[in-house]
Design a protein around this ligand. Structure first.
Ligand code: NAG
Ligand code: NAG
Ligand code: NAG
Length: 346
């Protein structure tokens, strides 16, 4: 049905350029061009969560890299995700003439926007001009994945899933993003994650104590029944921003309850620790979705954290559709905008 469309997708130029660029590079750096054998593709892809899409896209986009070098592996994994997102985007653009009604057109428009954002995030993750940390890259990859999830949600909300899901979501973009995220999350031989007392060794001694103490003494208490200093977390955070001094921990204890709040822990708010009454008792939830599907999940994350040193325990952060996430840095559908959470061993 789509083969009739002859207009070349815009992205063809970009793709052509990147292929050129790779071959250009390989002229000058023979060590990077060691062409990867199909055995190497097999064994590299078999280590990813989705080996089949990995192999398929490796064959589509002949990549040259040394598969046992972590940096290169990560980069190639993201490039595969980007390539498949660009293909999906141009496929999308060609669907327009086939749409049958306003709801399908509405879903199409929103999803194209989400696909564009996914591509923007993947480009950020690949941009070597940006000085970024692994956490930054994880955040961009998670955002890329979340945008696709938003497209799916939009299609469902608009009630056009039967016709539109197969058209717009049957690609391997999410899986390839998960494959790249996995390379960042896995303890690797190059950067082994070491643990002491079940905590990664990068956790400071003082924080380790706070995380182990049965009830660390709070600077502020939030309780819905009025028994604390504040009844909303937002008020407590505003107070923390006003009070926060130096680099000590600021501990906010949030008593059990379901908090329907959207929290922004801005850059100036460093070293915040949120402590709940338990993962099933203290739940921060947000439900910005209102049936129109007009939700930009990434920017309506239940909790957005830009401040450094954020840690949390005994809390569940929940977003729409009942999806929840435990504080792990490896959840692609994470509803926290920052991944600088403590990856405790569960
Ligand atoms: C997705 O990957 C599978 C292999 O798992 C492949 O058969 C399929 O053609 C791929 N789909 C797209 C749209 O690239
Ligand atoms: C998405 O990207 C395509 C290709 O770059 C562009 O033509 C289109 O206008 C963009 N759409 C939105 C909604 O940003
Ligand atoms: C639902 O979301 C749309 C888009 O963000 C907004 O314009 C509208 O006011 C919202 N409706 C309700 C009832 O919140």
């Amino acid at each position: 049905m789509f083969s009739r469309v002859t207009r070349p997708p815009k992205m063809a130029t970009k793709f052509g350029l990147s292929v050129l660029f790779i071959s250009f590079c390989s002229l000058f750096s023979p060590t990077l061009s060691s062409s990867i054998t199909s055995n190497e593709i097999e064994s590299w892809c078999n280590k990813t969560p989705y080996p089949e899409p990995c192999k398929y896209s490796m064959k589509q986009n002949q990549k040259t890299f040394i598969p046992n070098q972590e940096f290169e592996s990560r980069r190639v994994a993201i490039e595969l995700a980007l390539q498949s997102a660009l293909t999906a985007q141009s496929h999308h653009q060609r669907l327009w003439p086939t749409l049958r009604n306003d709801r399908e057109k509405n879903a199409w428009t929103r999803c194209l926007n989400f696909y564009n954002k996914t591509i923007d995030e993947l480009n950020l993750a690949l941009d070597s001009n940006i000085k970024s940390t692994n956490f930054d890259t994880q955040t961009w990859l998670s955002a890329a994945s979340t945008y696709l999830e938003s497209c799916r949600d939009t299609i469902n909300d608009l009630g056009v899933s039967d016709s539109m899901l197969p058209l717009m979501m049957s690609n391997n973009v999410s899986k390839l993003i998960t494959n790249s995220l996995d390379l960042y999350c896995k303890p690797s031989s190059a950067f082994p994650q070491t643990y002491r007392d079940d905590f990664p060794t990068w956790v400071k001694e003082a924080d380790r104590k706070l995380l182990q103490e049965p009830s660390p003494s709070p600077d502020l208490v939030v309780a819905q029944d009025g028994s604390g200093d504040y009844s909303t977390i937002k008020d407590a955070l505003d107070q923390a921003a006003a009070k926060s001094s130096g680099n000590g921990r600021f501990v906010i204890y949030i008593k059990s309850g379901v908090y329907k709040e959207y929290l922004e822990i801005g850059q100036k708010l460093e070293n915040i620790m949120l402590v709940g009454d338990g993962m099933t008792k203290t739940i921060i939830t947000g439900n910005r979705r209102n049936g129109t599907g007009a939700v930009d999940t990434f920017h309506s994350a239940t909790v957005g954290v830009d401040g450094g040193g954020f840690i949390a325990r005994d809390i569940t952060f929940q977003n729409t559709a009942g999806r929840s996430t435990k504080p792990s840095s490896c959840s692609p559908a994470i509803k926290l905008r920052s991944l600088c959470l403590l990856p405790l061993r569960f």
